[in-house]
Ligand binder design. Structure first.
Ligand code: NDP
Length: 486
């Protein structure tokens, strides 16, 4: 075994770090070097059973803890994350392969913001009342925490997405069984300690590590886990829906995307070009919101193609700790191979590779999972490269002539997460924003997030919305009380 470190990651259950009952462990790889550097529990149904018992015991007190106290603890957790910023940044980068500077600018600050945001949001969350005029009755809606809920998250934005679920769940008074991706467990492991230091009572948050098929499945199957908030692939989402629907669990599913980036000739060219580099290759293209299908209005097409390819060739693929790295390593060997398999499809799918396409060998890190940023020119939106989620540093480009034509391309895909539109024409902006089948439309920007806004997708990109009060509504059960008076 090529171990060069020996970190043991443990579950965080009832406020304590514990080993899995089965003593079953999984190797955790460092994407930058391709070497094993830690071990994580592969928790099973018994581990989940025990965590649920702890969570149920904690619920009685946590659900009746004052809003002020819950808010205070969430704000302390945010502070705890900020106090350990550098340690978390390095852990995230090492575990995921993303550049240190990205983890420092985006991932870890956002994890702190998630707790701070929901720590404040819960103090402003109100429920409805309806007066039955003329009938002398008053209705009001109680919003009660659900109980024990499950939060399952993916590997691409590990602590960022993990906390995006946990923060609203506990703010609303629930107790949580949370499973980070088995591929990126490290910052979730560190979060346990931060929560304890912030005064989160034992059992309110239980962080259980392991494979989707064992730990994740045990969370889905447990009868006392009443809601599942999931972010991950569409296939896994289908499985979760199939498993949970007959059990009547409340479900929030944030799934895959194949987002169009639509560029009209009247756009602010420099801003568009700079942002498009970012929306194509940030986090090695492993963001569900990346604009992986680029459509350019024909009068601008040749200029864009030349400039974009030139700029992509300048991007530096390097060890994630290098200050020069624009792209680090992909998250795992199997994911690298999956992305490469799509690049290999290009000739048969009518695609021309304009740049990139090759694995990058970094001296001293020859076994790391590095890949060149890749641009493929395609002839049709129906090719696999435009229809299937690749989720790596690969984008396609293609020209269009009319608004109607590009709208058809944009919507002709099973996914519907986000869209990006570059134009200065306000009438077109409104027409397109109305017609695009997506949960999010960015105009002249990308990935600008206001945490109050609804976040989620349509079609195969998911069901439900996260963010702001939408998340607090998901994690509460409304109960109408109708009072008749004389
Ligand atoms: P997966 O669907 O493979 O995994 C997501 C999580 O689900 C992991 O923790 C995984 O465990 C777990 N899981 C897998 N199988 C089961 C199961 N049977 N029961 C319960 N849990 C299970 O997604 P990836 O981690 O590969 O993430 C990439 C995907 O996430 C992409 O499709 C991307 O588009 C999507 N995504 C969507 C976002 C959105 O907001 N819409 C945001 C970010 C990513 P394990 O550790 O074993 O993998």
């Amino acid at each position: 075994m090529n171990t060069h470190d020996n970190i043991i990651i443990q579950n965080y259950s009832n406020g304590k770090y514990t080993n899995p009952k089965s003593n079953n462990w999984i190797d955790n790889y460092e994407p930058a070097s391709g070497k094993i550097y830690s071990k994580i529990p592969n928790s099973n149904a018994q581990d989940i059973e025990e965590a649920v018992a702890f969570a149920k015991a904690a619920f009685t007190t946590w659900s009746t803890t004052t809003i002020d106290e819950r808010s205070h603890i969430l704000l302390k957790i945010a502070e705890g994350i900020e106090n350990r910023l550098q340690e978390l940044v390095e852990a995230e980068s090492r575990d995921n392969g993303k550049p240190v500077k990205l983890a420092k600018a985006v991932d870890i600050p956002r994890a702190a913001s998630n707790f701070r945001f929901f720590g404040h949001a819960i103090t402003q969350f109100a429920s409805e009342s309806h007066e039955s005029v003329g009938l002398q009755a008053m209705n009001f809606t109680l919003r009660k925490p659900i109980g024990v809920v499950g939060c399952i998250s993916p590997w691409n934005l590990p602590l960022y997405l993990f906390t995006w679920k946990i923060a609203p769940a506990i703010a609303a008074g629930n107790c949580v069984i949370a499973k980070p991706s088995e591929v990126t467990p490290m910052t979730a492991f560190l979060l346990g300690e931060i929560c304890t230091e912030a005064g989160l009572p034992p059992g309110v948050l239980n962080i259980m590590h392991g494979l989707g098929t064992s730990t994740g499945q045990a969370i889905l199957d447990h009868p006392d886990i009443k809601a599942i908030s999931f972010t991950g692939g569409t296939k896994t989402g289908e499985h979760i829906a199939r498993t949970c629907a007959p059990k009547f669990k409340k479900l929030s599913l944030e799934l895959g995307g194949k987002n169009p980036n639509i560029i009209f000739a009247d756009c602010d060219y420099d801003r568009m070009l700079k942002t498009t580099l970012h929306s194509s290759f940030a986090n090695q293209g492993q963001i569900c919101l990346c604009g992986s299908r680029i459509f350019v209005e024909r009068p601008l097409y040749d200029r864009f193609k030349k400039d974009f390819v030139a700029r992509v060739k300048e991007l530096v693929v390097a060890h994630p700790a290098s200050a020069k790295a624009n792209l680090g390593a992909l998250v795992s060997k199997s994911h690298l191979e999956k992305v490469q398999s799509y690049i290999a499809l290009a000739p048969d799918e009518g695609g021309t590779i304009l740049c990139g396409g090759n694995q990058v060998i970094i001296p001293e890190y020859e076994e790391g999972y590095y890949l060149e940023p890749t641009v493929i020119e395609v002839q049709s939106n129906r090719c696999k490269l435009n229809q299937e989620e690749i989720f790596g540093p690969v984008v396609t480009i293609m020209p269009f002539d009319t608004e109607e034509e590009v709208l058809e391309y944009a919507n002709d895909v099973t996914y519907g997460l986000s869209s990006t539109l570059w134009t200065k024409d306000i009438d077109r902006t409104m027409r397109m924003s109305n017609a695009l089948q997506a949960g999010i439309v960015w105009v002249n920007t990308w990935m600008m997030r206001d945490l109050r806004t609804p976040f989620g997708g349509v079609k195969a990109s998911g069901v439900g919305r996260e963010g702001g009060f939408e998340a607090l509504r998901f994690f509460t059960e409304p109960k109408n009380v109708c009072i008749k008076y004389n």
